[in-house]
Design a binder for this molecule. Structure first.
Ligand code: DGY
Length: 328
């Protein structure tokens, strides 16, 4: 592909890092945002602002369907997602229109694995409920039966999705001498070498794990991968962690299982209909709820923004994108 002269580029939020300088150095005209503070564009604003752009740096909250590609126009060359996940983008539509899609792998692996462990520890040790109680003045002093949680050392960690983040999650379990098992279509020798993990079926993983951490991308196959039946075969002491995508878990079924004490606890960073929560979820004491902050460290978010800019610059200069998402 030939380089685009004076390309028009939209980045839909006010991002940290050195991204704007990189775009300007490559001769891009950056479309100004309509708001002074960092707020999400409405769908109408988004559709109006993408019009005529050659490159768009976008957020996981912005849906790229036929309507969005139509609004952008045929000159669009690249959609650079400010996320490693890309379920907000219709890849078939991108392919039909010859648009490159990119994401931000690797840079957020450690931050997201750390967030998953934050949830695991907090959920296992009732830290969410404890924190709420201290703040609300309900802490009446130490008690022998208060806030009893589950132990971690020597337990089994089940990784659903042994990719980059799943591997980083499993590696961290060494500190607790855990057994690692994982589920995947085929063996993952790199995962096994890095973690000592053993492949089992999803069913076995659900039945044997003390801690289950989800790291699969959201696809038609993984939507509601964890539903009422899957929750029903987990140990009553199990803790479920989701830092992947909300719809991987049937949230209403999870509320039911937590309410009935069918599993011990859950820790969620992502939700089925973000930012809305399933009815009853926020009222449960045995769930730790974070606001989709997996990649939210200063360094990670700045580097992600720079990757967005680098991908846009590469494609608009006629070079291959450093982080292309394979199109179907
Ligand atoms: C991602 O990158 O997919 C996270 O959900 C947000 O950074």
């Amino acid at each position: 592909m030939e380089a685009v002269k004076n390309p028009r580029v939209l980045v839909t939020r006010r991002l940290p890092g050195d991204w704007a300088a990189r775009l300007r150095a490559a001769g891009a005209e950056i479309v100004p945002l309509p708001h002074d503070e960092d707020i999400a564009l409405t769908r109408e604003e988004f559709l109006a602002l993408v019009a005529g752009c050659h490159g768009v740096g976008c957020m996981l909250t912005e849906v790229w369907n036929a309507e969005a590609f139509d609004a952008a126009g045929p000159q669009l060359r690249i959609v650079a997602n400010y996320a490693v996940g890309f379920n907000n983008i219709d890849l078939g539509e991108a392919k039909r229109r010859g648009v490159v899609v990119t994401n931000t792998p690797d840079v957020l692996t450690d931050a997201t694995a750390d967030a998953a462990w934050t949830l695991l520890l907090a959920a296992a040790r009732c830290a969410g409920r404890g924190e709420r109680d201290v703040r609300a003045g309900r802490f009446q002093g130490w008690g022998p039966n208060d806030y009893l949680g589950v132990d971690l050392v020597g337990k089994t960690l089940g990784i659903v999705g042994p990719g980059r983040i799943g591997t980083a999650m499993a590696r961290r379990s060494r500190g607790w001498d855990m057994q690692v098992i994982y589920s995947h279509r085929v063996d993952k020798p790199e995962f096994e070498a890095a973690t000592g993990g053993r492949r089992v079926t999803l069913e076995t993983l659900l039945r044997q794990s003390d801690f289950i951490s989800l790291h699969v991308p959201l696809t038609a196959q993984t939507r509601h991968l964890i539903g009422a039946r899957e929750l029903s075969v987990m140990k009553p002491t199990a803790v479920l962690i989701n830092t992947a995508r909300g719809p991987v878990v049937d949230e209403a079924a999870l509320v039911e299982a937590l309410r009935a004490g069918r599993i011990f606890a859950a820790g969620l960073d992502v939700y089925e209909n973000e930012p809305k929560l399933a009815d009853g979820l926020a009222q449960l004491e045995n769930v730790v709820l974070l606001p989709h902050l997996g990649s939210a460290t200063f360094r990670t978010r700045a580097t992600m923004a720079e990757m967005v800019a680098d991908n846009i610059v590469a494609v608009l200069s006629g070079r291959p994108a450093p982080n292309p998402v394979p199109l179907p």
